[in-house]
Design a protein around this ligand. Structure first.
Ligand code: FAD
Ligand code: SF4
Ligand code: SF4
Length: 495
């Protein structure tokens, strides 16, 4: 049942009246109820593109912060890839000192408003939280991400975030390829050290997956724009519509163009396909294309956007990760009457975040488990009219540790639909590798780097994020951008 923001705020106020200013025992802290995230009513939100999660109120953030035990050994920090001092910032949030809380976070993270929203906290910081362990339920852990989101939004909205200072100019010039979280973090840290930083982005808008992949209803674009503006205010130049490998090669950038070092954060934007007959029919999309049309080209703004919107009624999405959830929920908002996610395993093996699956179900997305595609079918005009599926059962665990789907002979069936979206993963784009022989890649096409410095096999060229890790997470990309920037700074100062 949907609970309104006002009701949730009232409950938080009652907690504060009982506990604030009182010397609370650890046991009492674990008894304070977890503060639920206020959200748009599912019936309403499927009709708009606005953010689903509304963010904590001031009462809620303080009540949630009171649940933190301020553990001496700080176990939550080891779950955060960038090592934010979590208990310290929560202690400030509990006092209502949000600007101080934010400055603690910013010592380790350059994109907290984004990570507070999209980090898979339940498998990172919150997985290690003592409160979750005491209550034997990770979902009962202190909501670290939600508190982080609140203080970051507070800083932005009240204009009280501390801007990074820029050291005296060093005269060194660095190129950053790609403007996703890896590139943004590297650029920010390199500029902080006083180097000239130019960022090259292939698309007409900067931000990487944060802008073209993750939908507005999960991550409002104004938040990413704010971070990019901070970068520009620090003096970073962003050149868009600049495809490194075509517009200029890495050898030109390091040669005639006079750059002293390069960071490559070009992501994993090459979609994988099913490899079944019929994938070229009209109405089949990769999730990348589908989401880019909607997010970046604003196809949902019918009559205003130049990008046409495919008229879908019955949509099928193949996949079980966050990208599949985003594509399905976008299709619903774009007007499809029925959207079904088809997955080869069961919901237990699905890699998507539990919260995203729950939101999708609330919005009426259907799930068909243990089915795999055999082919896409079409009418005489080549327009999709269905998919042929085969039922599966779970067999032995595969290399990923999950039980593998085994097809059941004779269980073939046709599932009618007019749109198919494929969301089964992405690989790295081969363009930079194809034009730079010296850069070594592994068998998946990801750049091979020194684990400590993120340097590639080409001297002075560093890389991080999805181009190294394969499709991973925002916080891991950000962490690699920062690690590379530190090593690049040392390289530049001794060059
Ligand atoms: P990207 O964000 O991919 O940015 C790379 C940039 O480089 C792009 O802008 C691209 O246009 C540009 N580029 C590529 N080649 C060139 C070139 N040759 N020249 C110039 N520019 C180039 N992670 C989470 O943590 N939580 C989530 O909820 C989540 N949801 C996701 C939902 C979707 C739909 C997708 C696709 C991914 C999601 N991820 C999520 C994963 C996360 O977004 C990525 O791991 C992260 O963005 C990787 O950052 P990056 O900087 O390495 O690359
Ligand atoms: Fe947790 Fe992510 Fe914030 Fe780290 S950045 S504390 S993992 S939400
Ligand atoms: Fe607080 Fe949980 Fe970290 Fe302990 S583990 S300091 S309770 S957030």
């Amino acid at each position: 049942m949907h609970v309104s923001l006002e009701e949730l705020d009232k409950k938080a106020q009652a907690v504060l009246e009982q506990y604030e200013g009182v010397d609370i025992s650890a046991k009492q802290r674990t008894q304070i109820p977890l503060q639920d995230m206020p959200a748009q009513d599912p019936q309403i939100r499927v009709t708009n593109m606005e953010e689903v999660a509304l963010g904590y109120t001031e009462n809620q953030v303080r009540a949630e912060a009171l649940r933190c035990l301020q553990c001496k050994n700080k176990p939550c920090i080891k779950g955060c890839p960038v090592g934010i001092d979590i208990p310290a910032f929560i202690a400030e949030a509990a006092k209502g000192e949000h600007a101080k809380a934010l400055s603690i976070i910013k010592e380790s993270s350059s994109l907290p408003a984004i990570c507070g929203r999209v980090c898979p906290q339940e498998s990172q910081c919150q997985l290690y939280c003592t409160v979750g362990k005491v209550l034997k339920d990770v979902e009962q852990s202190v909501s670290i991400g939600r508190i982080e989101r609140y203080v970051s939004d507070y800083g932005r909205e009240h204009q009280c975030e501390t801007m990074p200072t820029v050291a005296a100019e060093t005269g060194k010039k660095v190129a950053v390829v790609g403007s996703g979280p890896a590139g943004i973090s590297a650029a920010m840290d390199l500029r902080r050290e006083g180097h000239t930083v130019v960022m090259f982005e292939a698309l007409h808008k900067a931000g990487g997956v944060l802008v073209y992949g993750i939908p507005e209803f999960r991550l409002p674009k104004k938040i990413v724009e704010h971070e990019l503006q901070n970068l520009k205010d620090m003096g970073v130049t962003i050149r868009r519509n600049y495809l490194v490998g075509k517009t200029r090669k890495i050898s030109d950038i390091m040669g005639k163009d006079g750059f002293d070092a390069v960071f490559i954060g070009s992501g994993a934007g090459l979609p994988r396909f099913l490899g079944v007959p019929g994938e070229n029919y009209v109405g089949v999309f990769s999730a990348n294309e589908y989401l880019t049309r909607s997010n970046l080209m604003k196809a949902y703004a019918v009559g205003e956007a130049l990008t046409p919107l495919f008229d879908s009624h019955k949509v099928v999405v193949f996949g079980g990760g966050n990208v599949a959830m985003d594509a399905a929920r976008t299709a619903k908002r774009l007007g499809a009457e029925e959207v079904t996610i088809i997955y080869r395993r069961t919901d237990l093996e699905m890699p998507a975040r539990r919260e995203e699956v729950a939101h999708a179900k609330e919005e009426g997305i259907k799930f068909l488990y243990l089915h795999a595609p055999l082919q896409v079918t079409a009418d005489e005009h080549g327009k999709v009219n269905g998919v042929e599926l085969i039922e599966c059962e779970l067999g032995e665990p595969d290399a990923s540790g999950r039980r593998s789907p085994v097809e059941i002979p004779g269980s073939e069936k046709i599932f009618a639909c007019d749109t198919v979206i494929i969301a089964i993963g992405n690989s790295s784009n081969p363009l930079i590798k194809a034009t730079t022989d010296e850069i070594e890649v592994n068998r998946w096409g990801n750049f091979v780097v020194n684990e400590d410095t993120c340097e590639t096999t080409l001297k002075g060229v560093y890389a991080g994020g999805d181009i190294v890790l394969g499709a991973a997470t925002v916080i891991l990309a950000m962490g690699q951008g920062r690690k590379a920037a530190k090593a690049m700074n040392e390289y530049l100062l001794t060059k």
